[in-house]
Design a protein around this ligand. Sequence first.
Ligand code: ATP
Ligand code: MG
Length: 382
Amino acid sequence: MQELLMVRYGEIYLKGLNRPYFQNLLLARIKSALNNLTSKVTLHDSRIYIRDMKDSAACLHAVQRVFGVHSICPAIEMDKEDFAAVCEQAFQLMSGLSGGFKVFARRADKRYELDSPQICAAIGEYVLKRNKDLHVDVKNPEHKLNIEIRDKAYLYINVFAGPGGMPIGSNGKATLLLSGGIDSPVAGYMIAKRGVALSAVHFYSFPYTGERAKQKVLKLAQLLAAYCGELRLFLVPFTEIQMSIHEKCPADYTTLIMRRFMMKIAEIIAKDEKSQALITGESIGQVASQTMRSLACTDAVVTLPVFRPVIGFDKIDIISYAKNIGTFATSSLPYEDCCTVFTPKHPQTQPKIEAVEEAELFIDNIEDLINQAVQNSELIQL
Ligand code: ATP
Ligand code: MG
């Protein structure tokens, strides 16, 4: 008899020829999440098993952050041939519980001598006789006792939800424009959850944005890295560009022009990183630079697809998502972002692309500024 964690993954991704690829990638991701906790992680019969755990709560917590995991059950594994011992173990598992219960049996080994209804009946009866605080409730049971007959018997009560999604790396790589705000970490999480590896780009404007703002972004990147494994963060100095825009361009276009610089620089880094897309935390109409026309003007300077997974979310929905994934508290720290430096009083909300391009002509060394910013960026490996 042995305690272990039994991990289930989403069925819909398992069809066809991709199945072994997906399974092995998920196995690798789980192994690396459990790096310091146990090395006994195996794939067998459509389940992943985690054994030899010194700290099962820590293992559970780690696996709950691995994309591709559907659910995790702390289970007891035992010899299926000794059915009397299985019944006794079921009773032990239910000891101390009271109220309605139901037994669920699943017989993956079709040669097993008892079928599922017989297993349910025998175990239900055994438990009921010995625990007088329990009664059978098939409609709305408070406790669900699960028995799976596979190469061995597996018994469990609790099922913990995983994050869902697909394992990181199964869907390529994208580069996130990571501000210190609430929206961009959520956007990064949502795309990473679909199996996309991330790298991130952050623009800072020293001395207008300080050391604490930088630390905040580092912390956000670390929080994301806890889900998506390694993450390369590029810190890009942006002061000179912002000063040039502020000094030379018409005030109502400055925010939009700044956004276009950000996108161009991010794209250069993204292509270098072999990313296939950019990600931002923009949502329609949230601020002047996020009207549909403004978004069209920022898209116009890049060729990579730009993913904006929170585009249709209200701020309140993004906040609740951020709370769920654990980024909200850090995002709420009150340090300046470079976007809030030199903000015009009346930014354009319905810009025309020709007018933006014309306004940009006042800066005659755009390419130099961009190249310098890329060259002077600092890489932090998380
Ligand atoms: P967030 O909460 O993500 O900061 P926001 O509501 O503050 O969003 P903006 O400041 O207009 O909106 O930024 C829109 C998007 O542009 C952000 O979601 C992010 O993807 C990107 N962005 C903004 N500022 C930066 C920055 N300093 N570095 C990198 N990306 C940024
Ligand atoms: Mg922001």
